[in-house]
Structure formats: C-alpha cells, structure tokens
Design a protein around this ligand. Structure first.
Ligand code: HEC
Ligand code: HEC
Length: 449
C-alpha cells in the first residue's frame, strides 16, 4: 500500500468516527426506531411511469424473456451450460419481485439436480441462504484468476447427452451461512437488484464527475474520495472501449445494461450470444448448439414452429429493455424516525458518498430519432450512490485483481488501512439507508453513553 492511501484511509476512518460521535449528541427523546424488514406490497417490479405504448410492449417482451427457463437442447429456449449457476435471470433476480435479489427459498438447490443432473450442492448454498456465485482469487499455480467458476454442470441431464465434465472443487467447507473459514480462495457475490437501472444508465458522465468534484473543501479534509472505475484500460478511470465511465456491477465493471445482459447470459447461464459469441467451456461433447445460441432473429413473421421467436430482437436486447424500463423501488412513507435518520445520515457525511439524487440526460432515445423517451429523459434518480468506486479497507478486500493491480494482502481485520479493493455503492433504497443511519446513531449513543 502506498503511504498516501494509508493516510487517506486513516483520515476517513477517523472522520467517520468523529461524525458518529457528534451524532451521539442527538437528544435521546428522538430515539430512532429501526423499522425492520419492510412488509406489505413490494413497491418494486413495475415499469417506469410515462412509457410510450411501444416502450411498454418492449418492456413486457423483456419481462417475459427475463423469467424464461433455459434448457440445454430440445426445448423452447435452448443454450443452458455447459457450466451454469442457474437457468433463468429471474432465478437470482426475484425478491421482492422480478428484477430483485435472491428469493427466500434458494433455487440453486433444485436446479442442481434438475432433469437428471448429478450436481452436488456446494457447501455455501443453503435452503434459505442467499444465492452465491463464486469467483476464485487464484489459479492452482498461484497466478491471478478472479473469474466466475460456475457451481453446476449439465452432465447427466436428459437434454445434454454426451457431455461429461465435473464441477469445480469448492472444498474445504466453512460456515454455510457466513461462508467464513471455508476455502480462502473463493470470493462470493450475491445478486444485486436491477430496479431503476435504466435511469442509472441514463446519467451523463458529466453529472457523475461534477458530483465527484462538488464540496471538495469539505470532503478533502474528511478524507472522503472516490473515483470512476478503472477498467483494464491503463487509462485510469474509464472504459477500455470508449473512455467513458463504467457503472454496473459490484465494482462498476460494466458499461451498459446490454453489456451486463450479454455477460450474465453467458457467465450465469452458459448461453452464448452476440456480445459473447463463444461458449466459456468448449469441451468436446458439451457444445450442443450452434453458436452464438442467442442472436437477432431474422425470421420476422410470426411462426408456429416451436423454438422460433417471432420477434427480431435477441434475448440480451430484450433483457436490457426490461431492465432499462424497470422502475426504481418506491420508498416506504416517511416516519419521524426515518426523517431523523436521513438528517443524521447527511450530518455525518454519509451523503457525500451516498449521493441522494442525480438527474438523467435530457433526450434519451426511445428508438425514434426525433422523439426522446419521456420516461427516461430528465428524470430524478434517487440512488443514494455516487457511482464511484471507493477503497473499502482490508476487511472487505477480496483480492480480485482484474481491475487494478493488487498492492496489499487480504488477511487482517477491518481497520484504518486500505487495500486497493474498491466497490461501487448499491444503496438505492431510502428506507434502508435511513434505517442504517438510525442504527448507527443508536449504537454510537450506546457506546458513548
Ligand atoms: C446465478 C445467479 C444469477 C443469474 C442467473 C443472473 N444474475 Fe444478474 N447478478 C447476479 C450477481 C451475483 C450479481 C452481482 C455481480 C457482480 O457485480 O459481481 C448480478 C448483477 C446483475 C446486474 C448489475 C446490476 C447493477 O446495478 O449493477 C445486472 C444488470 C444483471 N445482474 C442482469 C442479469 C440478467 C439480464 C440475467 C439473465 C441473463 C442475470 N442477471 C442472471 C446473479 C445472477
Ligand atoms: C467514502 C465513501 C462512503 C462514505 C462516507 C459512506 N459510505 Fe456507505 N458505502 C460506501 C460503499 C463503497 C459501499 C458499498 C460497499 C460494498 O459493496 O461492500 C457502502 C455501503 C453502505 C451500506 C450497504 C448498502 C447496501 O445496499 O448493501 C450502508 C447501509 C451504508 N453504506 C451506510 C453508510 C452510512 C450510515 C454512512 C455514514 C456513517 C456511510 N455509509 C458512509 C461508501 C461510503
């Protein structure tokens, strides 16, 4: 670690502690109440308001494909595997409604043995635990890896005759719920929701940069900083492809929803497509369909032939359409406790990174060159994130070096020192953040009182 980083991180840690200490001065008669898990209707999973009829039709088409279940061969939707984590987008993006995160009952257990498959359920997958996917930090020879290693293989499935490959070895096992004390080479990822992601896609780079540079005289002494992600470019902070700011994924590694859809289709489900045309595993006997498996469909007229799409757009475009026009979650109504928490959150400096709101660009294409999308243009995006990546300290470091060179180890407890592990902020839900601020305020009151 460089000296500069260490100093910055120590300052950041100190200032958060100082900010929290100041929160302890909150009068005790305004004691915050943690509202807990939100009950009632999900308040998420619907289309953006103000979509045109055409946009709505494409949203619906995308939704239908997002929930479709893929087979290996011989079904309506083919292409699963040879290696995969699950068989539909919705399998992992389901809670509290389609587009969200892991459902309450983990679908990874059923998919492991679906249709004759013989997969062993890895030790870190439990019935009511989160869906997890696994990246390996290093290859067996010690060189850097960082890639996703799929939990399952199609071997044994009735629709995958002739394929014979084995699952990766995820042992030794650790605590199945926390993942702790298991194979230290594994990095876990849980599914992030895609609600409101079209609005995030439509934020101009200039707005992200202006927000990063705003309030510099306050943020700098607090040690609060972040930067747009550096993506394999050698040209720090920008996409290797076109130099603009990347924003999707845990480390803001992906540029667009279409890019993410293409990657997820091949990485999570093993469905090759026009962005990622080759199979990830080309073991003879396991490439059972022509590639890419998902393409534009030139047979535009409706057809009664099973397996042929009537629509021209490919699945990855349809997934992106759905996510782009999927509304952000509706915040729960304010309570006095939430209002207090929000104020404490801003006062403590949290909102310097967890930026409450951006505004999308002025004229986002609807498909028409003359008529912008009203639902996506010039809209508020209350995402509580600055879309930058931040140093998270050693406790959260995962040694994934795909985006920046590793300059520090992974062992050690969370502390004031930092590695180069950097993450995007996900917090998009006002209720969550207000509750978190309330909890922070309460615990600091306890510790100082
Ligand atoms: C096996 C579970 C699983 C399946 C199946 C899956 N995802 Fe995901 N998804 C994840 C995980 C885990 C992440 C977080 C990954 C990361 O950033 O490292 C994620 C993140 C995303 C994101 C980024 C959201 C953001 O705000 O940055 C998008 C977009 C996405 N998935 C779309 C899809 C689409 C489209 C499909 C179907 C083709 C799909 N996912 C299938 C697990 C899954
Ligand atoms: C220096 C920037 C920065 C500051 C200041 C900051 N955070 Fe964060 N916060 C982050 C990042 C980055 C993440 C994502 C961490 C990860 O992915 O592991 C995060 C994640 C969170 C999450 C989890 C959100 C989710 O959706 O999972 C909560 C809750 C949170 N922060 C609360 C706070 C509170 C409360 C404060 C003020 C005391 C605060 N943060 C100050 C950068 C910051």
């Amino acid at each position: 670690m460089t000296k500069r980083q260490s100093v910055v991180c120590q300052m950041a840690a100190g200032i958060v502690a100082a900010a929290l200490t100041s929160c302890a001065g909150t009068p005790s008669n305004a004691a915050p109440v943690d509202p807990g898990v939100r009950g009632g209707a999900p308040g998420a999973g619907t289309a953006l308001k103000g979509l045109s009829a055409d946009e709505t039709a494409f949203f619906q088409d995308g939704l239908a494909r997002f929930v479709e279940i893929e087979s290996v061969t011989g079904g309506q939707n083919n292409g699963l595997g040879a290696r995969f984590n699950s068989n539909s987008c919705q399998a992992c993006h389901a809670q509290p409604s389609v587009g969200g995160s892991s459902p309450a009952v983990n679908p990874a257990i059923a998919v492991a043995t679906l249709n004759g498959a013989k997969n062993v359920v890895p030790w870190f997958i439990t019935k009511n635990g989160p869906i997890r996917e696994a990246r390996f930090q290093r290859n067996p020879d010690g060189t850097n890896d960082g890639g996703v290693h799929n939990l399952f293989v199609i071997t044994g499935r009735g629709d995958a005759a002739g394929c014979n490959i084995a699952q990766p070895n995820f042992l030794p096992a650790g605590n199945p719920l926390t993942g702790q004390n298991g194979n230290p080479n594994i990095i876990f990822r849980i599914p992030t929701p895609v609600f409101g992601s079209g609005l995030i896609e439509a934020i101009p780079d200039s707005a992200i940069l202006a927000n990063m540079n705003a309030n510099a005289s306050i943020k700098q002494p607090m040690g609060i900083s972040g930067h747009p992600n550096a993506h394999l470019s050698g040209n720090a902070n920008h996409s290797a492809n076109d130099g603009t700011i990347t924003r999707f994924g845990w480390k803001a590694q992906n540029k667009s929803l279409l890019m993410f859809a293409g990657e997820a289709y091949n990485v999570e489900m093993g469905v090759s497509n026009q962005l990622f045309p080759q199979e990830r595993d080309e073991t003879p006997g396991c490439v059972l369909n022509p590639t890419p498996e998902d393409t534009l469909n030139f047979t535009t007229p409706s057809t009664s032939t099973p397996g042929q799409n009537a629509a021209v757009v490919s699945d990855i475009e349809a997934f992106a359409d759905f996510m782009r026009m999927l509304a952000p979650p509706t915040p729960a109504p304010d309570t006095p406790s939430i209002v207090n928490g929000r104020a404490a959150f801003a006062a403590a400096g949290c909102a310097f990174c967890h930026t409450q709101s951006f505004t999308t660009g002025k004229a986002i294409a609807s498909g028409s060159s003359t008529r912008p999308s009203l639902a996506l243009s010039n809209q508020p995006v209350n995402l509580w994130s600055d879309l930058l990546v931040h140093h998270m300290g050693e406790g959260l470091a995962d040694a994934r070096t795909s985006f920046e060179p590793l300059r520090s180890g992974v062992s050690g407890s969370a502390s004031s020192s930092c590695t180069t592990d950097e993450r995007r902020i996900w917090s998009r839900q006002l209720r969550l953040i207000a509750a978190a601020a309330a909890r922070q305020t309460r615990s600091s009151s306890v510790s100082t009182g």
